[in-house]
Design a protein around this ligand. Structure first.
Ligand code: ADP
Ligand code: ZN
Length: 740
């Protein structure tokens, strides 16, 4: 087949044909990376089909093939095509996510090291003779004589405390040889894992695993399994045993966890259970160096790794014979990529499962409305774990009505009296407390009480936050920082008032209230150093910290047996955002944070401070009533035509010029009006709630409908026909999670 159809790594929105020259014929296959002539230069490209003929004109030959094996399997290529259609995104953009840059560009190779080995038999006489003239060489010669296999030169010399000169001399004398060899960069090379075995499952777990086993037996017909289990109910144990079953059948597995939960602790749990195939567990996360990523990817691609643990993009891991994909904490919004391709890893996992006929398990203590809805409609199979493994009670959740609190205390304390008492009691018993507030900084606004001017970000429509530690004002959206003025820059009066508070102030307040307690803060400001996160968690686990104050960083699946009190400083923060998922997020957050309390011997207590104590999200979370919550939220979604009843697509039009953004959005809306059938609900273009971001004015158009593939195609066609001014950017987000 002399022609190859390729997708070039350029935004041209179409595929091109090239001739496969004879010498390359047996190296070019579907999924190969190639270099092709493109316009006046060369470009890299991915082969998507081999053809016998092509009616394209002026066909030129492929210049070179990269690597010795196709990088993309046929199922992954099919997945890429699906993503392109579903997410209304050019396929070359999808490819950028599917293949890590280091693999696409093939610029980073294997790490090479010099290895030493014997060049010929070495006798006692050889050593004897050398020891008189050159004792150090003789010493090294003895070591080399004892080598059973080649050894890295650097390592040998370090062991013998000898230098390279000495080795060089032995090479010259013909005793030793040096050779370059590729070595693995394994970020976990210096760790050892103690093997663990399957735990004996309780009744609920047994039933859940039985469902998994049945599904693994009938991969062609089995829908995904939604594993709904409260925090600490033993979901991870199910994943581990499910993987074991998949491996025993000769298949491989992917485990997706949110980036923030991809801690050494999590990795260790998996590596230990599969300690006998330690090299067979690959880990993919955003902190790998390019070299490490290259090696991990090849370890997976070559089939040496059989289990992949990773964050969002690990859903594209090039495993063959895939038998299982686990998506832990499937409700997590970090699975959604917020730049093109704007995919959701859970949904991509489900589609990949369908393509590769492999089982998908979605696990969560607070399933997303979409997934739970699918389970009630039998698109997914539901498995439920209602009890904690340790038989502990669910924590007692107490609601603190801040309205009453305000009346009682005159002026508002950060911590209500009851919460303060509860902390004091924990300190006395040497138990630990977590205080949660999803907002960084000290004061959230700075206002002049004389002229009313507030310090806002020049690039975004939000107030600047005062950070006391850094002694700066900063914008949490674009990173802009400014000096803290002593007097109002507008009117010159010394009348500035600081109001609102973030984690930094909570920390200061708690330290003041409990001077003998050890208080630490965990948020993006205090955790800038690479190891700070890990160190803080270790210290907390070891009981060296009494009170941990933090943002969502501490809300995720971490186990701290000695934490018996959790305080949610302001439950309303997430609740009143102009986003149809605000209620769902609040419910999830409260439930997840509450899950941190009382995992050990003593049961836990949670205080939720709020001005809206009767809002359904708070009340249902308080009673650990997922089903009740689900029902009422579903009713609201249906009434308003929101997901899971309709898909939503958010089109954002932005520009540094407000009028141009507005005009372009209005033109686009008019064209969509003509293009879209009535079944689609087309919203009117409006400024986004956060109108200005990073110096750009943003207008959005929300479209809802059921036939998402069709909607995506119509939007793409409409956009392709519209010439937008150069400084106007249009982004299409299918199933959006960011509505602000
Ligand atoms: P989840 O993932 O649902 O939060 P885990 O799987 O992490 O729950 O389980 C919580 C704790 O209970 C872990 O320490 C785990 O080792 C332990 N565990 C899980 N299943 C069992 C079991 N069947 N018997 C004993 N301990 C278990
Ligand atoms: Zn800003």
């Amino acid at each position: 087949m002399p022609y190859a159809r390729v997708i070039v790594d350029r935004s041209i929105h179409r595929e091109l044909d090239y001739l496969v020259p004879e010498p390359l014929a047996n190296r070019v296959d579907v999924g190969s990376r190639v270099r092709v002539p493109f316009r006046e230069k060369s470009a890299l490209a991915t082969v998507v089909a081999l053809l016998n003929e092509s009616d394209a004109e002026g066909i030129r030959p492929i210049e070179a093939v990269l690597g010795d094996k196709p990088v993309l399997s046929k199922p992954l290529l099919e997945l890429a095509r699906w993503m392109s259609g579903y997410y209304c995104c050019p396929i070359e953009t999808v490819m950028r996510s599917l293949l890590p840059q280091v693999i696409r560009r093939a610029e980073v190779g294997w790490k090479k090291q010099l290895f030493v080995r014997r060049a010929r038999e070495i006798t006692a006489d050889d050593v004897e003779e050398l020891s008189r003239r050159a004792p150090r060489q003789a010493e090294l010669l003895t070591a080399i004589a004892n080598l059973s296999e080649p050894m890295p030169a650097a390592e040998l010399l370090r062991k013998q405390s000898l230098d390279f000169q000495t080795l060089r001399a032995l090479v010259k004398r013909g005793f030793a040889e040096l050779q370059e060899q590729a070595v693995q960069r394994d970020p976990h090379a210096d760790e050892t894992f103690i093997a663990t075995t399957n735990l004996v499952l309780n009744e609920e777990q047994t039933a859940a695993l039985r469902a998994v086993q049945e599904a693994l037996d009938a991969p062609e017909t089995s829908p995904p399994i939604l594993l709904h289990g409260v925090t600490g109910s033993g979901k991870t144990e199910i994943y581990l045993q499910a993987i074991k079953i998949a491996l025993a059948r000769g298949r491989s597995a992917i485990v997706l966890v949110p980036e923030i939960s991809l801690t050494p602790q999590t990795v260790e749990r998996f590596k230990s259970r599969f300690a006998e195939i330690q090299e067979g567990v690959a880990v993919l996360h955003s902190h790998l160096s390019e070299g490490e990523r290259h090696d991990e990817w090849h370890k997976i691609h070559s089939g040496r790794a059989r289990i992949v643990i990773g964050a969002r993009s690990a859903v594209f891991a090039p495993l063959e014979n895939l038998g299982l994909i686990v998506v832990d904490e499937e409700h997590e919004t970090s699975y959604k990529q917020e730049e093109a391709p704007r995919y959701h890893a859970r949904d991509v996992a489900v589609v990949r499962g369908k393509i590769e006929k492999c089982l998908v398990i979605l696990g969560s203590a607070t399933p997303s409305l979409e997934s739970y809805f699918n389970a009630t409609r039998e698109k997914y199979r539901l498995a439920t774990l209602t009890k904690r493994v340790d038989e502990n009670q669910m924590p007692l959740i107490r609601i603190v009505d801040l309205r009453q609190e305000r009346r009682r205390e005159k002026g508002l304390a950060i911590l209500a009296g009851k919460l303060r008492d509860a902390i004091a009691a924990r300190l006395e018993k040497r138990e630990q407390t977590i205080l949660f507030l999803n907002r960084r900084g000290f004061s959230t606004s700075l206002l002049c009480s004389n002229c009313g001017e507030s310090r806002d970000c020049p690039n975004c429509s939000v107030a600047l936050t005062f950070h006391r530690g850094a002694a700066r004002l900063s914008c949490h959206l674009c990173g802009h920082t400014a000096a803290v003025p002593k007097k109002c820059p507008a009117c010159g009066e010394d009348a500035l008032i600081y109001s609102g508070f973030g984690t930094e102030k909570v920390e200061a307040n708690v330290t003041q209230l409990f001077p003998s307690a050890v208080v630490r803060r965990m948020d993006a400001d205090s955790m800038t150093r690479k190891d700070a996160y890990r160190e803080t968690l270790l210290a907390f686990r070891a009981g060296k910290i009494d009170i941990l104050v933090g943002t969502q960083m501490i809300a995720k699946g971490l186990h701290f047996p000695n934490v018996t009190l959790v305080g949610i400083i302001n439950a309303d923060l997430a609740l009143h955002l102009p986003d149809f998922r605000a209620g769902e997020r609040t419910f999830q957050l409260l439930t997840q944070v509450a899950g941190r309390a009382g995992r050990g011997e003593t049961s836990g207590e949670v205080f939720v401070q709020t001005y809206t104590p009767f809002s359904p999200s708070i009340q249902f979370a308080r009673h650990h009533d997922f089903a009740g919550y689900f029902e009422q939220e579903l009713e609201f979604r249906e009434r308003c035509d929101f997901p899971p009843f309709k898909h939503a697509v958010l089109i954002t039009v932005r520009s540094a010029h407000e009028a141009r953004a507005k005009f372009s959005a209005e033109t686009l809306a008019r064209r969509l009006q003509e293009a879209l059938p009535e079944a689609f609900i087309l919203g009117i273009p409006t400024p986004q709630p956060l109108e200005k971001l990073q110096g750009q004015f943003r207008f959005h158009i929300l479209i809802r409908g059921e036939a998402i593939m069709r909607l995506s195609r119509l939007i793409r066609e409409t956009l392709d026909k519209l010439p937008f001014p150069e400084d106007v950017t249009v982004a299409v987000d299918v199933d959006p999670y960011q509505l602000l």
